[in-house]
Design a protein around this ligand. Structure first.
Ligand code: FAD
Length: 497
């Protein structure tokens, strides 16, 4: 409530925020979490909490009047449509050179993501977080994160015969025929539930294609893991539909935090001011970077250092589809939870997720999200004329990522005698190079913060989310975000509380 005082305030309820809340609460600290998205605990008129991938509605997008689907076209037809403005689950946040997709609600990105839970190869870790000791990460914090998230692997014997993974088996065949390593990757989906979906025994969730607008049953989002455990401590409270707009030093000590309570059209209902001894920025790479960049530039947090807003990367994301021959159908039933990737990181700088295209019809398409070793990094800056934070990303920079992805798919196409799809991202457009699902950086560990996420210049302020990671994780990022948060919060609890 307005005027209250809390010991620890966490901005955002994604991976970093959930880890911080649980570990602080278990150490006896009362925590208040502030989340600008909705709670996602109430069914809509169709009896479901989340909308389907093929039929986005008012629940699907964050404060937009028209959908902005990652795949904007199919067979030449535009897919986007008008929707009522609503605090929906997926934010397609536009900057000049890139659209950054992010989850909105209690659970952050865990509500919308594909659940691919990948620990990077240890040999690649020094490139990802150069100031962190790999030994402690791989012995303690990656295992802790994987356990906390409920990460498990698909039963390969079942997978080999499941209709819903035909697309992945086609992906394997094509990868291996071209000599690329095909690797299974773990996920947070409940595989027993998926088997029951396939057997027709339960409500379909992954097998109904549910993913980017929420998953109604089988995926273990943070609501079911870290946040449930945090709630069970009795020390964590959460305010959904509350947006933090300012943090500044308080005369009485600690920080004054200004929070707008919003309605489901995004309009401010009431502005509240609370005091917090310590504040954890866990608003995601973009959310944390935007807040810190503005608060530094406008004088609210004047002592933040010159690294704020810098070192931002897109994890080298680029998407593409391939058109298969008629004898290589990918299946009209496709599980929305990916299980595998093609690893050409060392030779070509790309790790490609063999992704589903859950349209409900046979498309003969293979679809991939590539993560690439792009050297490009952008920075956030405050624009006083517009009152907004800009990002210096240049769309042309994606060419390096495209070239790296081509190291895999040009070879597969030539081996298979196939071509790229040109109908998924606009007419005659092969590459989905306008977007990222994996924003990283902006408050980089060891630069904007000390080596544990304590923001330089203002004691008691921390960054504890994807903003700490300097732009690339070589694989999908949430396990690394979670593991780093586990490492940092252990130290912060021991030394600062
Ligand atoms: P987030 O999870 O983004 O959480 C930040 C939270 O803070 C959000 O809930 C936001 O609403 C809230 N917030 C922001 N600003 C404010 C404010 N001012 N006040 C209050 N609250 C605020 N990663 C993988 O590893 N595997 C995958 O399979 C995968 N698939 C993905 C698919 C999609 C479609 C998308 C969009 C992402 C995917 N990702 C995947 C990426 C992954 O979800 C993110 O890397 C991860 O969620 C980032 O965690 P975080 O803790 O940094 O922040």
């Amino acid at each position: 409530p307005d005027g209250s005082h809390v010991r620890a305030l966490v901005i955002g309820t994604g991976y970093g925020g959930s880890v911080a809340a649980l570990r602080l609460a278990r150490a006896g600290v009362d925590v208040h979490m502030v989340e600008m998205g909705m709670a996602w605990d109430t069914p809509g008129p169709d009896g479901k909490i989340f909308a389907n991938t093929t039929t986005p509605d008012y629940r699907s997008f964050w404060l937009r009047t028209r959908t902005r689907q990652p795949l904007s076209q199919f067979l030449g037809f535009p897919l986007d449509k008008d929707v009522p403005i609503h605090t929906g689950i997926l934010d397609a946040e536009d900057f000049a050179g890139i659209t950054v997709y992010q989850g909105r609600g209690v659970g952050g990105g865990s509500l919308v993501n594909g659940g691919m839970a990948v620990t990077p190869l240890r040999e690649r870790f020094p490139e990802i977080l150069p100031t962190v000791d790999p030994a402690e990460m791989y012995s303690t914090y990656y295992p802790r994160a994987n356990a906390g998230l409920g990460v498990t692997s698909v039963d390969v014997n079942w997978w080999e015969n499941a209709d819903c993974y035909q697309y992945a088996r086609v992906g394997r065949k094509h990868a291996q025929r071209s000599g690329f390593p095909f690797v299974f990757v773990p996920n947070v989906y409940d595989w027993d539930y998926m088997k029951q979906e396939a057997a027709g025994a339960v409500q379909k969730s992954a097998l109904a294609g549910e993913v980017i607008y929420g998953n109604n049953v089988g995926k273990k989002s943070l609501q079911k893991t870290y946040l449930a455990q945090a709630a069970a401590t009795g020390r964590v409270s959460v305010s959904p539909l509350h947006r933090v707009t300012s943090v500044s030093p308080a005369a009485a000590g600690g920080y004054t935090v200004v929070v707008d309570q919003i309605d489901t059209t995004g309009a401010t209902l009431v502005t509240k001011t609370v005091r917090a001894d310590r504040v954890f920025f866990a608003a995601g790479s973009v959310g944390t970077s935007k807040l810190l960049t503005r608060l530094k530039a406008t004088g609210a947090l004047p002592s933040l250092n010159e690294h704020i807003g810098k070192g931002w990367g897109d994890n080298g994301n680029v998407m593409c589809g391939r058109a298969n021959h008629m004898w290589d159908p990918t299946g009209k039933l496709q599980s929305s939870m990916p299980t595998a990737g093609i690893d050409n990181w060392n030779a070509g700088g790309a790790f490609a997720e063999v992704a589903p295209l859950p349209t409900g019809i046979e498309t003969y398409a293979s679809f991939y999200l590539s993560i690439t070793r792009t050297p490009r990094r952008a920075e956030f800056s405050w624009n006083p004329a517009t009152g907004k934070v800009d990002l210096s990303w240049d769309r042309a920079w994606k060419q390096t990522s495209i070239d790296m992805a081509k190291s895999i798919f040009d070879k597969i196409n030539s081996k298979e005698g196939t071509i790229y799809r040109t109908d998924l991202f606009g007419a005659y457009k092969i590459w989905g190079d306008h977007l990222t699902y994996h924003p990283l950086g902006g408050a980089v560990l060891g630069r904007a913060t000390d080596n544990y996420g304590r923001l330089h210049g203002h004691p008691g302020l921390y960054a504890i989310d994807g903003s700490l990671i300097p732009g690339n994780t070589s694989v999908n990022p949430f396990v690394t975000i979670t593991a780093l948060a586990e490492r940092n919060i252990e130290r912060i609890v021991a030394e600062d509380f």
